[in-house]
Write a protein that binds this ligand. Structure first.
Ligand code: NAD
Ligand code: ZN
Length: 357
């Protein structure tokens, strides 16, 4: 038996207002004239947060366009631009939702690895450490702040650069930064965390390590999405820790059916991760009966909107491509359905599921 020996984030700071320590945290990592690059979610352009970024010397803010989820071409072009302008940089600080955090991780890696980020989509293909990288989430739920992957859409596949070099050197968890996120977006990203918990806890890869984190994250999600009448600061505090713990849970297990199916949606239709998982979870009573029921309760309680009928006008070719993307995610299916998963999740069965979405 080979046990997974996984690399974790180097440093963690948590608390309301801890963003203000950023300058002090970065100081020892500044090298000669090489700047720190702040890769910031475009939502924050012209927002007060920008004035709190501790710019020095030739530091630079780049606004990340996250209208679409990160692409390998986007990563390559930012890394190229930085190499042309500065040669090297002291570090990359990603400030934003899961998309911006993934971009920051990937750009950091591509500052020190040759070729295109598409060459590294897969497991353990990255050979060199990236430049110093810091993750500062402004939405809670994806667990991208703790994971060893950065999910990218490339020319041939949607797959992460999964490696020991991928986790951040430092994360700054300041729940104040998530305060003004729109309710629907906060819910979709929060449900990503809830779904991580269900898929991990109901999966065949479960062990006591992932169970401990998964149960805690699940309890926090229940407190937030079922226990509270209105959203308050405590919800932001709790959801940030739920995201962290949910991410730690899947680090030692795996996600499952909702993610495997939603990756297909995302590849073919560009459906975003959080909402895509919700669209699928809405129809997973057969695989996660309890989780599905509770998910519906959370949706109803908050009056959130989960789209329906998104596959109603697909061509045969699109269905085929969706199913191929989904079925290629073998570890996810094996975690969800066991070693014999191929006999259970036939193409025909998956097609029926897609048709219902
Ligand atoms: P996101 O980063 O795609 O952002 C969604 C929207 O919210 C964007 O329009 C963004 O501008 C906006 N936004 C971000 N912070 C905000 C704030 N505080 N206030 C208002 N608006 C804000 O959303 P997400 O759900 O956090 O991330 C999804 C992405 O994360 C996907 O690309 C997915 O592939 C990735 N992901 C990665 C991992 C991993 O382990 N690396 C895990 C899960 C998901
Ligand atoms: Zn997810």
């Amino acid at each position: 038996m080979q046990f997974r020996n996984f690399k974790m984030v180097g440093y963690v700071v948590y608390g309301r207002g801890c963003f203000n320590q950023l300058n002090e945290i970065l100081a020892p990592h500044r090298k000669n004239n090489a700047p720190i690059i702040f890769l910031v979610d475009h939502f924050f352009e012209c927002k007060p947060l920008i004035n709190k970024i501790p710019l020095q010397g030739n530091d630079k803010i780049i606004f990340a366009n996250v209208t679409y989820e990160p692409k390998t071409t986007q990563v390559d072009s930012i890394a190229e631009q930085l190499k042309n302008e500065f040669g090297t940089v002291s570090g990359i600080v990603g400030i934003g939702g899961g998309s911006t955090m993934d971009l920051a991780k990937a750009v950091s890696l591509m500052m020190n690895n040759p070729g295109s980020s598409a060459d590294y989509q897969g497991w353990d293909l990255v050979k060199q450490a990236g430049v110093y990288k810091v993750g500062i989430p402004t939405l809670s739920g994806t667990g991208a702040e703790v994971s060893r992957t950065t999910v990218l859409t490339g020319p041939a596949r949607k797959l992460g650069m999964n490696s020991d070099f991928t986790p951040f050197d430092q994360i700054i968890l300041d729940p104040e930064l998530t305060k003004n996120a729109p309710g629907n977006q906060r819910f979709y990203t929060g449900m990503d965390c809830y779904i991580h918990c269900i898929e991990s806890l109901e999966g065949t890869f479960l062990n006591e390590f992932s169970k401990s984190y998964g149960e805690k994250a699940l309890q926090l999600c229940r407190d937030i999405f079922l226990g509270k009448e209105t959203w308050d600061d405590e919800c932001d505090d709790k959801l940030m820790m739920a995201s962290y713990a949910g991410g730690m849970s899947i680090a030692y297990s795996q996600v499952g059916v909702a993610h495997a199916v939603s990756y297909g949606l995302s590849y073919v239709l560009g459906t975003k991760h959080g909402i895509g998982n919700c669209i699928v979870m809405n129809h997973l009573e057969e695989y996660y009966p309890q989780g599905h029921k509770e998910f519906k309760k959370m949706v109803d309680k908050g009056g959130y909107e989960i789209p329906n009928g998104i596959c109603s006008n697909l061509t045969e070719e699109q269905f085929e491509s969706m199913m191929n993307v989904s079925l290629s995610l073998k570890p996810l299916w094996e975690n969800a359905l066991g070693k014999n998963w191929e006999a259970i999740m036939t193409k025909q069965k998956l097609r029926k599921l897609y048709e219902r979405l």
